[in-house]
Ligand binder design. Structure first.
Ligand SMILES: O=c1cc[nH]c(=O)[nH]1
Length: 471
């Protein structure tokens, strides 16, 4: 095959449909990618956050909220597989060619935000390990920012290497990363379990002022996993088979999430029992492992897990940007978002509470993306009957242009969904039970279905009137 036709070495822009001969991701590559995504420090951390519902509550929330999110991910992964474009380009069909710039902008910012969040959490661990090994001040101590900056610098170099050639370098990072994560992560989990009594963990109750209601924990977990959904078609469009695009991400994401969140839950509760202080910043088992004098292994686990997760985050941030502008090539865009993310990671050093900012960030994700996914899924499966035309996604005269490039119906329903989230999220019923994220997704999907059908009926009748008048 001539060099120019060798699509397998190319990174495709958001709106380009990946042809069959460029689909190089096999089933196990996809499983590895999503294990690599969720086997990360952020998942430990979110496990520590929901530990505020005590052990039984946090396990239940984890087992309910996340699989639902990954079913949504599979539904959208399938659309990406069929149409061949990135997730944000898919929103052109429902929001309009220009209307899709809104979700794309939100998406680029959320994935840059995730990269910063993961890098920051990894840097906290690096900082603690620098203290153990070198006696340098750790995060939270006077002068602790130096060790944080070391952590941020190391991670950012690894990020640049992992996205250097787009999905191909990410594939290699995930293949190597997942093997190391499985070996070191299992080992680290065993060490932690040997040092923490499961019985004491099950009986532990959070202090009254730190107890988290179940519905709030549902929202936290749902937002955490839904955060991955807009990255899915970036990978499934390179998938070789339907199962690669649907079942493989579900296996990888669920497996790694259950594992790491569980370790985060027991790590945080274990530390709360030992120190008498409940703090999700202690969800990181590497801190425990390094206290046992095994700091180098702990450090490796942190660096690898954060790199594999951020490779996915950066792919999604960079490719989303190419849905907004054609001026940036996919690879330039990937490099750009990596540099911006490195800069952003420094910001939490100057914020009062990282945990508070993290929860606000998750609220933002649940609020803006839940309604976007509802509209995308209903639009593809029920309005367009599983039939999007990739060639019309960039066509100014095509069916996705709507009115000046915007589908007002989708935009209005999206705003309605966001407002509904803001109203329901604080209602005692939702706070104490199922949270607001999933009810709002169902509500938005239903409203969009009704509105889009009414829009289609109005369009048909106005076309019929025009035809009659023509005679
Ligand atoms: O999108 C996501 C979700 C969870 N963790 C991440 O790093 N990114």
């Amino acid at each position: 095959m001539g060099k120019n036709n060798d699509h397998t070495s190319r990174e495709f822009g958001a709106v380009e449909s990946v042809p069959a001969n460029a689909r190089s991701l096999a089933f196990w590559d996809m499983v590895a990618t999503w294990i690599g995504a969720n086997a990360n420090n952020g998942t430990w951390y979110v496990g520590g956050v929901v530990a505020g519902t005590a052990f039984a509550g946090s396990v239940c929330v984890t087992l309910i909220a996340n699989p639902i999110a990954y079913m949504i991910m599979a539904l959208i992964g399938f659309i990406g597989f069929k149409v061949g474009t990135s997730t944000m380009a898919l929103t052109r069909a429902s929001f309009g060619v220009r209307g899709s710039y809104l979700p794309s902008f939100l998406n680029t910012t959320q994935f840059i935000g995730w990269t910063a969040v993961n890098t920051f959490i990894a840097a906290i661990s690096v900082s603690f390990i620098c203290k153990e090994w070198l006696g340098m001040p750790a995060f939270g101590e006077p002068g602790g920012n130096t060790t944080m900056l070391i952590g941020i610098a190391v991670m950012s170099i690894l990020h640049l290497l992992s996205i250097a050639t787009g999905h191909r370098s990410v594939k290699i990072v995930e293949r190597i990363g997942v093997c190391l994560v499985l070996i070191l992560g299992v080992w680290e989990t065993i060490v932690v379990l040997q040092n923490i009594s499961l019985e004491a963990i099950m009986n532990w109750q959070p202090p009254a002022d730190k107890r988290m209601p179940l519905g709030s924990a549902m929202d936290v977990m749902a937002a955490f996993s839904l955060g991955w959904v807009p990255a899915i078609a970036e990978f499934t469009r390179y998938g070789k088979t339907k199962a690669t695009a649907t079942i493989a991400p579900m296996i990888g994401a669920n497996l790694a999430l259950f594992w790491f969140a569980f370790v985060g839950i027991i790590g945080t509760i274990g530390m709360a029992i030992t120190t008498g202080v409940y703090d999700p910043n202690h969800s990181d088992p590497s801190t425990i492992v390094s206290k046992l004098g095994l700091g180098s292994v702990a450090l490796l686990v942190i660096i690898i897990t954060s790199t594999t997760a951020n490779a996915v985050n950066l792919m999604a941030a960079g490719i989303s940007l190419t849905n907004i502008t054609k001026k940036l090539s996919p690879i330039t865009s990937l490099w750009l978002v990596t540099v911006v993310a490195a800069g952003l990671t420094v910001v939490p050093l100057f914020l009062a509470s990282f945990l508070h900012s993290f929860i606000l960030f998750l609220d933002y994700i649940g609020m803006v993306f839940g309604p976007i996914f509802a509209i995308l899924i209903v639009d593809y499966y029920f309005i367009y009957n599983r039939n999007y035309d990739p060639s019309a996604l960039a066509d100014r005269h095509g069916k996705y242009w709507y009115s000046n490039g915007f589908n007002k119906v989708a935009l209005i329903i999206w705003v309605t969904g966001v407002i509904a989230f803001l109203l329901l999220q604080k209602q005692p019923f939702f706070v104490s039970s199922i949270g607001a994220t999933y009810p709002v997704i169902v509500l938005t999907g239903t409203l969009y279905y009704i509105a889009a059908k009414l829009q289609a009926a109005a369009h048909t009748s106005s076309t019929a009137t025009e035809d009659t008048n023509a005679y």
